[in-house]
Write a protein that binds this ligand. Structure first.
Ligand code: BGC
Length: 691
């Protein structure tokens, strides 16, 4: 099977979705899958990870750089692009095996073919080749260069833009509102010698062409944060090196679903999107919308720890380590946030930017009708982030066996998170510690008490902290800390299942209005309305919450409890977050609902090419790619269908395959060893491989 996503035919209205589906990226930069003649209004973006800028009091977000691939064709003085005439034929394609995007469009007078990639060999580099073939003889005019117009959500971010042309090279220096400087260099190589500068960043080529004659243009472009520059290799060499580097990563992340092309393609596509995000050098984290733009401010959420880290820990531990190093670097920011709210320890940012800076605003949603800001408490109350991070350190260690992460800052992260919970909790007359005024994963119910997910994840953080303090006694100054942790651990309130086995999501949840998702939807006053405005007084929840607890801490509860909760909460779950389906998929597999889980797996894996994801949260644009959904699909496949179990010293497999597929094969790493796993309906084998 050829692993390529291909769209035939041109529809203007697909430009935003295709920008996501056909994205190329390498963990440092991303370039949306847009056409050469597109501009800011079609959401062209060359997005950069981990560098942020704030314009006035608008939301602080990541940068998009000027587009070096702008290209338009004129024939006999008349422009001929998708804006001017409907193409005779049009196709865009993304080759998942090489990480190459391509486009073929036929117009009445010429055809355009282009190919592009974000280099996996040098992560600062983007490259594109454009070939025009004349169908009619005559004078062609090609306009190309760096488009100074930038698609910004809360920009403009460059207050000063300096472009300069030198030969066939364009350099750009942009100074952000916060004083940050980014530079871009774009080098053009062209088959015609009659090229002239048209502006400070654009060229034109005037070429008389016969039918069948070709004009070609190679573009190599790089982004720099300092004074460095790059000696560009030719397009062909850069492409070969990119393909080699990408293929190596892909081979380590090999997974194949047998007997079903739809599922097999879906998992390959998810892995493609995940590989577009892996960075092992810079430790800047993976934004919730990956490298697809500035949505969600380019910030890092719990998505990284819970949904992305497991993939990288199994397939490229150095990337997983980088994600944790990002949190280690962010510890001072998390300590500052705890202090700001009057607590001790580390309260990590809900939407984390560089050095752990909180990007989440107090009004994170707007009313789509009135435009009025809606007060949300995500940053102040979603404390589970400080438990999700220690959980990820433990998962990383379980998978890789790399204990050095604790010595190199991980122990401090865990203990500081634990200290935060100690100071946050309230001791009540029952003699127990309660976590009140919080938000669990279900953001529609804010300021609730004793969210089960949060309390159990906190328990795990305290356990880990006890382990760290015991293991590294000299690293923690407070002599009473261990005793405090042990006492807290014993007296932390942990909600228990009721007689029917159901765990109440938070105190008072069972008393809320009993209405289902479909009926609640009828109360929406506009399609874009934020569901939190109507769901908070009902049992309708945004996403897996108790289900997430049961999936992430599977040993805490017996099977009957898992089944009771799956059955109870599923009808109330809106799946208003793309994180939800894969979590329910995993829980469903634990409960032997293999077919239900298969549907949820497919929904998660296909989200960025066939999915119906939400584009708006109230009046706030939330479109882009969905890394957590792709990571969740991978988790469902490997830990769910294949039943990979890493609890012992040697990994084991306990498959539960849906009828629709005949087998799964995948490669992974565990504690420095490489394995090849193969499962079918009647067999499971695990072989150690030489590197
Ligand atoms: C979800 C969060 C998630 C965020 C980023 C929100 O809609 O509720 O759980 O972290 O999106 O993906």
């Amino acid at each position: 099977m050829k692993y390529a996503l291909t769209h035939h035919g041109y529809r203007k209205e697909d430009c935003v979705q295709e920008g996501n589906s056909f994205l190329v990226g390498n963990g440092h930069i991303g370039y949306r899958g847009t056409l050469e003649e597109y501009r800011a209004s079609e959401q062209v973006a060359w997005n950069l990870v981990g560098i942020y800028d704030q314009r006035g009091s608008k939301w602080r977000e990541s940068f998009n750089l000027p587009n070096p691939f702008f290209f338009e064709t004129y024939f006999e003085g008349k422009r001929e692009t998708v804006h001017d005439c409907h193409p005779i034929k049009h196709e865009v394609s993304l080759d998942l095996e090489t990480g190459l995007f391509s486009r073929h469009t036929e117009f009445p007078t010429y055809t355009i073919a282009s190919e592009r990639f974000a280099s996996h060999e040098d992560d600062r580099l983007l490259a594109e080749r454009i070939v025009i073939k004349a169908k009619k003889a005559g004078r062609y005019r090609f306009v190309f260069g760096v488009d100074p117009e930038i698609w910004d959500i809360h920009g403009p971010h460059f207050i000063a833009k300096e472009f300069a042309i030198d030969g066939l090279s364009v350099s750009f220096k942009g100074t952000g509102n916060e004083g940050g400087v980014l530079r871009e260099q774009a080098q053009y190589q062209c088959s015609s010698s009659s090229v002239h500068p048209l502006s400070e960043s654009m060229f034109e080529a005037l070429v008389d062409m016969d039918a069948g004659q070709e004009f070609s243009l190679d573009v190599l472009a790089a982004v720099f944060e300092g004074e460095e520059s790059m000696e560009f290799l030719g397009f062909d060499v850069a492409k070969e090196r990119h393909v080699q580097a990408y293929s190596r990563k892909r081979a380590n992340a090999y997974i194949e679903i047998q007997g079903n092309e739809e599922a097999d393609f879906a998992i390959h596509y998810s892995v493609y999107q995940l590989l577009a995000l892996g960075d092992s050098k810079r430790a800047r984290g993976i934004p919730a919308r990956g490298v697809s733009g500035q949505t969600y401010k380019g910030a890092i959420f719990w998505d990284q720890e819970i949904f992305l880290l497991p993939f990288f820990a199994l397939t490229d531990p150095s990337v997983a380590r980088g994600l944790l190093e990002y949190r280690i670097k962010s510890l001072p920011g998390a300590q500052a946030k705890a202090e700001e709210f009057g607590f001790e320890g580390a309260f990590y940012a809900w939407e984390s930017q560089e050095n752990g800076k909180e990007a989440c605003s107090k009004y994170n949603v707007t009313d789509p009708v009135t435009g009025a800001p809606v007060r949300t408490y995500f940053s102040e109350r979603q404390i589970h982030i400080s438990a999700d991070i220690p959980h990820a350190f433990a998962e990383y260690y379980k998978t890789t066996g790399d204990a050095s992460i604790f010595q190199e800052g991980g122990a401090e992260v865990i203990v500081e998170c634990a200290r935060f919970f100690l100071s946050f909790a309230k001791e009540r007359p029952d003699g127990l510690f309660h976590l009140e005024d919080v938000i669990g994963p279900d953001e529609y119910h804010e300021k609730v008490a004793d969210n089960a997910f949060t309390n159990y994840m906190v328990k795990k953080t305290i356990d880990l902290a006890i382990e760290m303090v015991t293991r590294f006694p000299n690293r923690f100054e407070d002599p009473a800390l261990l005793k405090r942790l042990v006492d807290f651990r014993q007296r932390l309130y942990l909600p228990r299942p009721n007689k029917g086995g159901v765990i109440e999501q938070f105190q008072g949840y069972f008393d809320l209005e009993d209405v289902g998702v479909k009926d609640l939807a009828k109360r929406l006053t506009s399609e874009k309305q934020y569901w939190g405005q109507i769901a908070s007084s009902t049992r309708v929840i945004k996403q897996a919450d108790v289900a997430a607890l049961l999936s992430l801490l599977p040993d805490e509860f017996p099977l009957e409890v898992k089944k009771a909760n799956l059955e109870f909460y599923l009808p109330y779950t809106e799946h208003g977050s793309s994180l939800s389906s894969s979590m329910y998929g995993l829980l469903g597999l634990a409960c032997d609902d293999v077919e239900g889980s298969y549907a949820l797996f497919l929904k998660s894996a296909k989200i960025d090419y066939e999915g119906a994801s939400k584009q708006w949260a109230g009046g706030v644009y939330i479109g882009g790619t969905h890394p957590a959904s792709n990571g969740g699909a991978y988790i469902d496949a490997v830990y769910g269908f294949c039943g990979l179990d890493l609890r012992g010293n040697i990994p084991s497999l306990h498959p539960k395959l849906p009828q629709e597929i005949s087998g799964i094969r995948f490669r992974f790493q565990h504690r420095g060893k490489h394995y090849f796993a193969s499962v079918t309906h009647d067999d499971a084998t695990l072989k150690e491989e030489l590197e």
